[in-house]
Write a protein that binds this ligand. Structure first.
Ligand code: C2E
Ligand code: MG
Ligand code: MG
Length: 706
C-alpha cells in the first residue's frame, strides 16, 4: 500500500480518494496537496472534498458519486472555478473494508483547452473571412454585399452593430456608408453623415499609432464631457472595436463593431475584411465608371444611344402616362464642321447638351451625331410645356445653337416607339419649314442659298457702303467703316440685319465678310496710288468668320493681293464674341495683332459691358454702341457708362474710343467733353456708297475715278 502511495505521489496529475457517504478526503497525492493547499502544511485529509476542491459548503450539484462503478472509470471534463483550471477527470468506485470510496484522477488540461479554444476561434475567423469573400464574389450589388458582410462580422463578434465609415479628406468629412444592426438595435447610419473629421481626430491618431481602436468600457476610457463620449453614449455604445481601411498608406475609412460580446480585442477579422472591402469597393467603382462610360457620350456627358435604349427598355407600363418627348436635331452641324473644323462643331454640341441637361437632367440623351432625344415620363402637360418653352427660349438666346425640334406630350402612350417616331416627324416638319422660311417661300435647301448668295455677290446684288469716322479732336476724317447692303429685286437697299442672321445660321457669312474685305482693299489701294491721303477702314467680321481655320493668314493674303498693309485694316468684332471660347479668342486676337491688323470691340454697352474681355484681349479700339449714345442726353446712367468707358480707354494704353450713332450736336458736345477720340453717326454722315464717300472725302480722285 505504501508503495502504491509512493507511486501515486510521483504522478503529476491530481489524485485523491474520498468517502462517498461522508465526502471526507481520505488521501491526496503530492500534486493534489500542492495544488489545493491554501498555505504550507495545510491539513487536507479529513476535510470535505467539496470544501477543499470547490470552496463550497455543501456537496456539489454536479457530483458524479452516484454514477461511479468499480469496473471502469467515469470520464468527464469540467472547469474548476475556484482554481480557474480546466480538468479532464476520471473517477472510479473503490470498496475497501466495506467502505465505499471515490478515486479520482484529475488531469489539468487548461493549456490544452486554451489551445483548443484558440483553434476553434481561428477556424471561426477563417470561416467568416471565407464567407465574406464568397459574398463579395456572388453579390453584384456593392451595398448589399457590404451590408451582408457587416452582418457576418457583427454576428461573429455577437455585436449590436457592424459598420463602415468612409473618410473624405478633401471635404474633411466622414460618412457612415454601410451598416448592419442586430435584431432590436436602432440604425444610426442616417445620423452619422457628414461628421467632421476633426471630431474623429482621436480615432485617426489611434489608428495611426496602434492600427486599431478599442474601447472596452466607454465610461472608464473616454472623458464623459467629450463630444466623442456623447456621440457614442447616445448610440447605446458601451464598448467597440474598429480597424482602419487603408489605401496606399492613407486611412480612407474604418470598419467597426459596437458592443462586441465575443472576441473583444481581436481585430484581425476587421482588418482582413477591411482590406477585401476596400479592393471590392475599388473594383465596383471602376466597374461602375466603365459602365457609365459605355452609357455616356464622352463629348457632352449626356446619356448616349445605349443609355437611351436601356431607358426605353426599362420603362414600365405605368411610366407611359403623362409622357413628354422631344426630338432635337441641329441645323447645319455638318456644314459647321466642314467650314470651321470639328472643334467648333463640338462646341455647339456641348452648348446644346448643357442647355438640355440644365432643363431635363438625366432625361436628355445624345442619340446620334447631331440628334438629341428627351424622354419625360410622369410630367403633367403644364410642367412639360413649361420646360419645352424654356428649352426653345434658351436655344434661341444662345448663339449658333440652331435646331429643329419635334415636341409632343400624351396623357397615355400605348406604343412608345411610335410616339417617339411621331416626335421625330414633328421635328422633320419643323426642319422643312426652317429651310422654307430661310429662303422666303421657295423651298430650297442650304446649297441653294449658297448658290444664291454667291451669284448675288458675283452679279453686284451686294454693295459696300462706307460711313466716315471723324476725329472729335480735329474734326477731320479719321477712318471709315465698311457696311454691307443688299439690293432687292426692285433695286431697293436691304439693311444687313435683314439678311445677316440667315447667312450666319447657314454659315455663309464668310463670303460676305471676304467680299467686303476685297472691296475695302481695292479702295485703299486706289487711295494709296492716287489720293493725297489714306485712312484705315474697318471691316465687320462675324464671329463665325473669326473662328475660321487660318483666318489671319487668309485675311492678310487678301491684303497682300492689293498690296495693302494690314495696319490699314481694322477688324471689328461685336461684344457677343464673349460667347467664343476665351482661349481660342485669345489666340486669334494675338495673331491678328501680331500681323498688324487693328482690332475693335464693336457695340460695347449694347447689352452688357463685358469688361473681362477688355482685360484679356488687346483691342485697339472700343466702339460705344449707338443705343448708349442715343440715350446720352436723357439718361444719366448712359452718360456715366459712356464717360467711364471713354476714361477707361484713356487709362489703357493703345486703345482709342469711338462713339457710334451720333445724331445730334448735343451728343457730340458731351462726347467731346468726355474726351472721346472718334465719332461716327448720321450727324456726320449716313453710310454712303464708296463713290459718294470718295466724292466727299477724296475730291482729288474725282477726275480719275474708275
Ligand atoms: P455696326 O457694325 O455696329 O454698324 C453700325 C450700324 O449703325 C450700321 O447699321 C449703321 O448704319 C448704323 N448707324 C451708324 N450711324 C448711325 C446713327 O447715327 N443712327 C442710327 N440709328 N444708326 C446708325 P447697318 O449698316 O444696318 O449695320 C448693322 C450691323 O450689321 C452692323 O452693326 C454690323 O454688325 C453688321 N454688318 C454690317 N456689315 C457687315 C459685314 O460686312 N459683315 C458682317 N459680319 N456684319 C456686318
Ligand atoms: Mg461695326
Ligand atoms: Mg456697332
Amino acid at each position: 500500500m505504501t508503495e502504491l502511495f509512493a507511486i501515486l505521489n510521483e504522478l503529476e496529475d491530481i489524485i485523491y480518494v474520498s468517502d462517498i457517504e461522508t465526502y471526507e478526503l481520505l488521501f491526496l497525492n503530492a500534486a493534489a496537496v500542492k495544488t489545493l493547499s491554501q498555505k504550507e502544511g495545510d491539513a487536507l485529509v479529513g476535510r470535505k472534498c467539496y470544501e477543499v476542491l470547490q470552496g463550497k459548503t455543501s456537496p456539489c450539484e454536479f457530483c458524479t458519486n452516484k454514477f461511479l462503478l468499480r469496473e471502469n472509470f467515469y470520464t468527464w471534463e469540467y472547469t474548476n472555478l475556484k482554481y480557474e483550471r480546466h480538468f479532464l477527470v476520471k473517477d472510479k468506485l473503490l470498496v475497501w473494508k466495506n467502505r465505499k470510496m471515490r478515486f479520482e484522477i484529475a488531469i489539468d488540461i487548461t493549456e490544452r483547452q486554451k489551445e483548443k479554444e484558440q483553434i476553434e476561434h481561428d477556424l471561426k475567423t477563417q470561416s467568416v473571412i471565407v464567407e465574406s469573400l464568397q459574398i463579395l464574389d456572388q453579390e453584384h450589388n456593392l451595398e448589399q454585399a457590404i451590408e451582408k458582410i457587416m452582418g457576418t462580422l457583427g454576428r461573429h463578434h455577437m455585436a449590436d452593430r457592424g459598420y463602415v465609415f468612409e473618410f473624405d479628406e478633401k471635404e474633411g468629412l466622414a460618412n457612415n456608408t454601410y451598416e448592419w444592426c442586430a435584431n432590436g438595435i436602432a440604425p444610426q447610419k442616417q445620423t452619422l453623415q457628414r461628421v467632421p473629421l476633426q471630431d474623429m481626430h482621436r480615432w485617426l491618431s489611434t489608428f495611426r499609432q496602434k492600427g486599431e481602436m478599442l474601447i472596452q468600457s466607454l465610461p472608464k476610457e473616454v472623458d464623459a464631457s467629450s463630444a466623442e463620449y456623447q456621440t457614442l453614449h447616445a448610440q447605446g455604445i458601451e464598448s467597440l472595436m474598429a480597424a482602419p481601411i487603408m489605401d496606399e498608406g492613407q486611412i480612407v475609412g474604418c470598419l467597426g463593431v459596437d458592443n462586441p460580446r465575443y472576441a473583444f480585442g481581436d481585430t484581425l477579422l476587421l482588418k482582413s475584411v477591411g482590406y477585401f472591402i476596400k479592393s471590392y469597393m475599388e473594383k465596383q467603382r471602376t466597374k461602375t465608371y466603365l459602365e457609365k462610360l459605355s452609357l455616356t457620350d464622352s463629348l457632352t456627358g449626356l446619356g448616349n444611344r445605349n443609355k437611351y435604349i436601356a431607358a426605353l427598355r426599362k420603362m414600365t407600363a405605368d411610366e407611359t402616362h403623362d409622357f413628354g418627348v422631344a426630338f432635337i436635331d441641329i441645323n447645319g452641324l455638318k456644314a459647321a464642321n466642314d467650314a470651321f473644323g470639328h472643334d467648333y462643331g463640338d462646341q455647339i454640341l456641348v452648348k446644346i447638351a448643357n442647355i438640355l441637361h440644365d432643363i431635363f437632367g438625366g432625361d436628355a440623351f445624345r442619340t446620334g451625331g447631331d440628334e438629341f432625344i428627351i424622354l419625360c415620363p410622369g410630367l403633367s402637360k403644364e410642367e412639360f410645356t413649361e420646360k419645352a418653352h424654356l428649352l426653345r427660349r434658351k436655344l434661341a438666346e444662345t448663339p449658333d445653337c440652331h435646331v429643329s425640334c419635334g415636341i409632343a406630350w400624351e396623357k397615355s402612350v400605348e406604343d412608345i416607339e411610335a410616339f417617339i417616331k411621331y416626335a421625330d416627324e414633328l421635328m422633320y416638319i419643323e426642319k422643312q419649314s426652317y429651310y422654307k422660311n430661310t429662303l422666303g417661300k421657295r423651298a430650297l435647301h442650304h446649297s441653294s442659298i449658297m448658290e444664291e448668295t454667291l451669284r448675288g455677290l458675283e452679279h453686284g446684288e451686294f454693295l459696300v457702303h462706307f460711313q466716315p469716322k471723324i476725329s472729335l479732336k480735329s474734326g477731320e476724317l479719321g477712318g471709315a467703316e465698311a457696311l454691307i447692303r443688299k439690293l432687292d429685286h426692285n433695286g431697293d437697299l436691304v439693311p444687313p440685319m435683314k439678311f445677316i442672321p440667315l447667312l450666319e445660321s447657314e454659315l455663309l457669312i464668310r463670303h460676305i465678310d471676304f467680299f467686303v474685305l476685297h472691296q475695302v482693299c481695292r479702295t485703299i489701294k486706289r487711295w494709296r496710288t492716287h489720293a493725297a491721303k489714306t485712312v484705315p477702314v474697318s471691316v465687320n467680321l462675324s464671329r463665325l468668320t473669326l473662328m475660321e481655320h487660318n483666318i489671319v493668314e487668309k485675311l492678310s493674303s487678301v491684303c497682300a493681293l492689293y498690296d495693302v498693309p494690314c495696319n490699314l485694316i481694322d477688324i471689328e468684332v461685336t461684344e457677343s464674341i464673349g460667347a467664343i471660347n476665351p482661349e481660342s479668342l485669345k489666340v486669334v486676337s494675338y495673331k491678328l495683332r501680331k500681323e498688324g491688323f487693328s482690332l475693335s470691340l464693336d457695340d460695347f454697352g449694347s447689352k452688357y459691358c463685358n469688361f473681362s474681355i477688355l482685360a484679356n484681349i488687346e483691342f485697339t479700339c472700343l466702339k460705344l454702341d449707338k443705343s448708349l449714345i442715343a440715350s446720352l442726353c436723357i439718361n444719366n446712367r448712359s452718360r456715366m457708362v459712356a464717360k467711364h468707358c471713354i476714361q477707361l480707354c484713356m487709362d489703357i494704353e493703345g486703345i482709342s474710343s469711338v462713339a457710334e450713332g451720333i445724331e445730334s450736336e448735343q451728343q457730340l458736345n458731351l462726347l467731346k467733353i468726355y474726351n472721346c477720340d472718334y465719332g461716327q453717326g448720321y450727324y456726320f454722315s449716313k453710310p454712303i456708297s464708296i463713290y459718294d464717300f470718295e466724292q466727299r472725302y477724296f475730291p482729288e480722285l474725282r477726275s480719275d475715278f474708275h
